[in-house]
Design a protein around this ligand. Structure first.
Ligand SMILES: CC(C)(COP(=O)(O)OP(=O)(O)OC[C@H]1O[C@@H](n2cnc3c(N)ncnc32)[C@H](O)[C@@H]1OP(=O)(O)O)[C@@H](O)C(=O)NCCC(=O)NCCS
Length: 165
């Protein structure tokens, strides 16, 4: 896809730029994820970058938010990663969001909403009508955010069991 012609990722949304991730964002993203989850996962993020930022980019979206007046080396203030997946679990193709965070010091300023909006615009442009994610039931912050964006409980439930070692 020619991003300049078709990609809805805006170069400037109210002082925040939402754009596709670049390799030199990765260190910032690893550090941000570590601040949020208290676990550093550089190998995981390198793998996500290779799978979601370099291949099948019409279905895979790894987006970051940056201050729009910063230079190319600026640190990412947030990220969202999603993918269009189809026919698993008997579902028609839908857009999944599976990683999402905003820098703790810049929250509640609409950055999460801009990232979410850019992702939903990508899914919509690809002809997708349903967007999904999974959140821990008890995580009130995740619940509050996704509900505020219009997400509600979907038609599937997650099943799991512990495996004996
Ligand atoms: C969820 C998250 C991405 C929201 O980012 P954000 O930039 O602060 O969100 P926004 O400012 O765009 O908020 C949009 C709406 O979400 C809701 N919301 C966001 N934070 C909230 C909070 N702390 N309490 C209640 N509602 C909240 C509000 O309705 C808000 O709209 P409003 O400000 O008009 O009331 C951010 O809190 C975050 O990164 N949390 C940690 C995520 C995480 O654990 N990631 C790792 C595993 S995936």
């Amino acid at each position: 896809m020619n991003q300049t012609e078709q990609d809805p990722i805006s170069p400037n949304k109210g002082g925040i730029e939402i754009r596709r991730v670049r390799e030199n964002d990765l260190d910032h993203i690893v550090a941000l994820d570590e601040r949020v989850t208290l676990l550093a996962k550089p190998d995981y993020w390198q793998d996500i970058y290779e799978r979601f930022a370099a291949r099948r980019m019409d279905k895979r979206f790894f987006l970051v938010a940056c201050a729009s007046d910063d230079d190319a080396d600026t640190k990412a203030l947030g990220y969202i990663v999603g993918e269009i997946r189809g026919w698993e679990f008997g579902s028609e193709p839908c857009g999944w969001v599976f990683a999402f965070a905003v820098e703790p010091g810049t929250r509640l300023q609409g950055i999460g909403e801009k990232l979410f909006g850019a992702m939903s615009a990508e899914f919509r442009l690809a002809g997708i009508k349903t967007m999904r994610t999974m959140v821990p039931r008890k995580n009130q912050l995740h619940m509050a955010f996704f509900r505020s964006e219009g997400m509600v409980a979907g038609p599937y439930i997650q099943l799991e069991m512990e495996l004996d070692s």
